[in-house]
Design a binder for this molecule. Structure first.
Ligand SMILES: [Zn+2]
Ligand SMILES: [Zn+2]
Length: 711
C-alpha cells in the first residue's frame, strides 16, 4: 500500500458552511502549492488549488480541520492533478490569502472565483491541448504585422511629462517597491507616461498590468498600447498584449489568462478582476482613474482592486502607479503623509487651457418651468456653439423621462409595488419602469386610484432633457447616450461614432458620457442639475460629484485650438457652495483639504475604518432582528473593545423586489482592531444564520462589506 501524504486544498465551499480555510485531503505524492486539482466535496467533484501551508494556521482553521476530521476520520483523496498547468506562484496565493482574510471570505471562494471559469471545467488532457495550441499561436504570430508598426508615430513627451517620468524612474529604481500617485489634469497626457514607464519595465524583462475602471474603456487603451508595443517599441522587440474583463467569451478569457500565467503575454489590460491575473514576472501595476468606484466589487468578496493592487505591488516588488485627475481622498491623504510619492502634471498637453467654469445661479432665473430646466444664458451659449460648428455635452444623472408620475387630484404617485422607490416614466415606449427591480407596466390612461385623466410627470430625466433641448434649439441635432438608448449591442459605438464624425450638435446623457471618451470637437459641457449630491446622506457624494464634474469638464476643449474658448456650465441653487468654488478654480487640492477636514471632524474615512453588515429578508423586522442579534453577540467579544457598532438602519433603497434590506455600520479608528473584531465575529454570524430557522424570521442573505463605498 502507498503511503498517503496530507495536502491542503482550497475549494469553493459554500459560504454558509462557515469554512474559511483550505481543507485537508490525501494524495499519493506531495504536490506543489498552487497546483490545480480535482477533489471530492460532498457528493460532487470540484476543482481546487493545493494551498501553501501558512506560517501559522489560525485558531479557526485548526477548529475547522478538527471539525472536518470528526465528521470524516479518513481523509478523502485527491482525484486528479491537472499537471499541465504550471502551479500558481506562492505570491499569488499570498495575495488571495490576504484578500480573503481582509474582506472576510473563504480562501477557496476567492481563489476559485478569480480564475477563468473554463479552468475549473477542463480535465488535464483537455487543458494540455489548449496550452499546446496557445504556444503555437504565439509562436506563429511572431513579430506583429508591419502595418501596426508603421502606424506607430513617435511621440515626444512634453517637458512636464519628462519631469513626471524622471520622478517615476526614481521610484522604479528604488530598492523598496513604491506607490506613485500620478495627479494629472484631464488631458495632461497620463497615458503617455504609463506607456513610457511600461516600456522601461518591459525592457527589463518584466510584465505590466494596467487596470481601467470600465470595460468600454479597454478597447481604446488596447489600441493605444498595441500601436506602441505591438510592432516593437523604439528599443525593444514586439510585445504581446492581452485583455482580461468580463466581456470576453469563456474561451477567450481562458486563453488570455493562460497567456499571462505562462508568461507569453507581456502586458495585461483589464478591469478590476485582472488584479488577480497570474503574472510570474510582474514589474509594474498601473491603476488608471484610481478614484473610480467601479474598482470595488459589489458582490461575493467585495474587494477593492485598487487597494489590492497596492498590496500586490509590495508582494511582487513592483511599482504601483495610481493615476487620476481627482484622486480618492484615501490616496490623496497617503500622498500628503508621504506614504505615496506624488507626481503632478497640472497642465494640458499642447498648452491647452482648462475650460472656464461658469456657475448659473438658478435663484435668479425666472420661475417658469422651462426656464428652470435650461436657463436662458445656457441656451444662448449652446446656440453659439451650434453657429460655430462646435459640439456641446449636457449631462443629467437621471435617465428616463420623469422620475415619477403624480395625480394632483388624489395624491397618487407611480410607486413600485415591489420596492421602496418610484417607477420612472419612460416616454419613448410609454412605460413606467422600476430601475431597481425592473418591474414595467404601460402608463395608465387615468389615475388608478381616482380615475383623474390628468396625471402629470414630475421632475426630469435625460429623455425629457433631450425633448427640452430640441424645443429650445430647433436647429440642433440632439443625440442621447444613457443606459436606455444604448441597450442594444453596437448602439453605444454607433452613437459615439456619430458624435465623432460631427453628425451631432448637442449630446445629452448620464454620467456615461462624462467618462474617458475623447471627444475632439466639444467646447461646452453643462451639468444642468448636479445639486442633489451636495446634501446626500452618503458622505462620499461630494467627492464623487467633484470627480464627475472635473471629468466632465475635461471632455471640453481637448483640441488645443478650441481649448481657449471651452467652457463648463453648472446650473445650481447653491452657487456659493465650497465645492463649486473649488471647481471654478480647478483646485482639487483645496477641495480635498476641505473634505479631509470635514471627514476628520466627523470621524469618517480615511480617519476611521468602516465595515457594513447587510442583511436581507422578507420582512424588515427579520432583517433587523438578525442585525440586532449580531450586534449583541459582538458585545461579548474581547476584540470589540475599540470598535463601535451602530444601530441597524434601512438601506438607502430599503425594499427591492419585495426584499427588505437593512444594514449596520461597524467602525473603528484602527484598521487592525476592526479586522481582528471581524475575524472573531464572522463565525458567530454563520452560527446565528443557521440558528434562525423559523419561516417568518429567516433572513435570505447577509454579507460583510469591508471599506464600503456607499453607506
Ligand atoms: Zn388620482
Ligand atoms: Zn421595483
Amino acid at each position: 500500500m502507498v503511503d498517503l501524504v496530507r495536502v491542503r486544498v482550497a475549494v469553493d465551499a459554500p459560504q454558509h458552511s462557515g469554512l474559511t480555510g483550505p481543507l485537508d485531503y490525501s494524495s499519493e505524492c506531495p504536490l506543489a502549492p498552487g497546483s490545480l486539482v480535482h477533489v471530492p466535496l460532498g457528493r460532487r467533484s470540484v476543482a481546487g488549488l493545493i494551498w501553501p501551508s501558512g506560517p501559522a494556521a489560525g485558531a479557526d482553521e485548526t477548529a475547522a480541520t478538527a471539525a472536518q476530521q470528526a465528521l470524516q476520520p479518513e481523509l478523502r483523496q485527491v482525484q486528479q492533478v491537472v499537471g499541465s498547468l504550471p502551479p500558481l506562484s506562492p505570491r499569488w496565493c499570498e495575495l488571495v490569502d490576504f484578500a480573503a482574510a481582509y474582506y472576510q471570505r473563504s480562501v477557496g471562494e476567492v481563489a476559485l472565483s478569480v480564475l477563468p471559469p473554463e479552468l475549473r471545467k477542463l480535465d488535464d488532457a483537455q487543458l494540455q491541448r489548449r496550452i499546446v495550441r496557445l504556444h503555437k499561436v504565439f509562436e506563429a504570430s511572431g513579430p506583429v504585422a508591419a502595418e501596426t508598426a508603421a502606424s506607430r508615430a513617435e511621440v515626444m513627451p512634453s517637458a512636464e511629462q519628462e519631469r513626471a517620468l524622471a520622478q517615476l524612474r526614481v521610484s522604479m529604481a528604488s530598492p523598496e517597491p513604491q506607490v506613485v500617485l500620478l495627479h494629472g489634469a484631464t488631458g495632461s497626457g497620463k497615458t503617455e507616461v504609463y506607456l513610457r514607464a511600461a516600456e522601461q519595465v518591459l525592457a527589463g524583462g518584466r510584465q505590466v498590468l494596467v487596470l481601467v475602471p470600465e470595460i468600454n474603456l479597454t478597447p481604446q487603451l488596447e489600441a493605444r498600447f498595441g500601436a506602441r508595443f505591438g510592432g516593437g517599441s523604439g528599443t525593444g522587440p514586439p510585445r504581446r498584449i492581452v485583455s482580461l474583463h468580463s466581456g470576453l467569451t469563456p474561451a477567450q478569457r481562458l486563453r488570455h489568462w493562460l497567456a499571462a500565467h505562462l508568461g507569453l503575454a507581456d502586458l495585461v489590460l483589464g478591469t478590476r478582476l485582472a488584479v488577480f491575473a497570474s503574472l510570474p514576472r510582474l514589474g509594474l501595476i498601473v491603476v488608471d482613474e484610481e478614484h473610480d468606484p467601479s474598482y470595488k466589487q459589489q458582490e461575493g468578496a467585495r474587494y477593492s482592486a485598487r487597494d489590492l493592487a497596492v498590496y500586490r505591488g509590495r508582494l511582487e516588488q513592483a511599482t504601483v502607479v495610481l493615476g487620476s485627475a481627482t484622486p480618492s481622498l484615501e490616496s490623496w491623504q497617503r500622498a500628503e503623509q508621504g506614504r505615496y510619492t506624488r507626481v503632478a502634471m497640472p497642465s494640458r498637453i499642447g498648452g491647452g487651457a482648462l475650460p472656464q467654469v461658469r456657475i448659473v445661479d438658478m435663484n435668479l432665473v425666472p420661475r417658469r418651468a422651462e426656464a428652470q430646466a435650461l436657463s436662458a444664458p445656457l441656451v444662448a451659449a449652446l446656440r453659439l456653439r451650434i453657429e460655430r460648428g462646435e459640439q456641446s455635452l449636457v449631462f443629467l444623472n437621471r435617465r428616463g423621462y420623469a422620475p415619477v408620475l403624480h395625480c394632483a387630484a388624489c395624491g397618487w404617485k407611480s410607486a413600485c409595488p415591489h420596492c421602496s422607490a418610484w417607477r420612472v416614466f419612460h416616454k419613448v415606449d410609454r412605460s413606467l419602469r422600476c430601475h431597481h427591480c425592473g418591474f414595467t407596466q404601460a402608463v395608465p390612461r387615468a389615475c388608478p386610484e381616482c380615475g383623474n385623466t390628468d396625471i402629470a410627470a414630475i421632475g426630469r430625466g435625460t429623455e425629457k432633457l433631450e425633448e427640452q433641448l430640441a424645443l429650445a434649439l430647433p436647429e440642433a441635432r440632439v443625440a442621447r447616450i444613457d443606459a436606455d438608448s444604448t441597450r442594444l449591442k453596437g448602439a453605444l459605438e454607433a452613437r459615439l461614432d456619430a458624435v465623432h464624425s460631427g453628425e451631432v450638435d448637442v449630446l445629452v446623457g448620464t454620467q456615461m458620457i462624462a467618462k474617458g471618451h475623447d471627444f475632439r470637437r466639444i467646447t461646452l459641457v453643462a451639468a444642468v442639475n448636479p445639486d442633489s449630491a451636495l446634501f446626500s446622506s452618503d458622505f462620499r457624494a461630494p467627492e464623487r460629484l467633484f470627480a464627475l464634474l472635473m471629468q466632465a469638464a475635461g471632455r471640453a476643449g481637448r483640441d488645443a485650438e478650441q481649448a481657449a474658448r471651452s467652457e463648463m456650465w453648472v446650473q445650481t441653487w447653491h452657487p456659493r457652495h465650497a465645492l463649486y468654488a473649488a471647481l471654478r478654480r480647478h483646485d482639487f487640492a483645496a477641495f480635498a483639504a476641505s473634505q479631509l477636514k470635514e471627514r476628520e471632524m466627523a470621524g469618517l474615512p480615511p480617519y476611521a475604518h468602516l465595515a457594513l453588515l447587510r442583511a436581507e429578508a422578507r420582512s424588515a423586522d427579520a432583517a433587523r432582528a438578525f442585525l440586532q442579534a449580531a450586534s449583541d453577540a459582538a458585545a461579548c467579544l474581547p476584540a470589540a473593545v475599540s470598535v463601535a457598532i451602530y444601530s441597524p438602519v434601512p438601506a438607502s433603497v430599503a425594499r427591492v423586489a419585495n426584499v427588505e434590506r437593512m444594514q449596520m455600520l461597524v467602525e473603528s479608528s484602527s484598521r487592525v482592531a476592526l479586522q481582528r473584531m471581524l475575524a472573531t465575529w464572522l463565525p458567530q454570524l454563520h452560527a446565528l444564520r443557521s440558528q434562525r430557522r423559523g419561516d417568518g424570521e429567516r433572513i435570505l442573505r447577509w454579507a460583510v462589506d469591508v471599506d464600503p463605498l456607499a453607506i
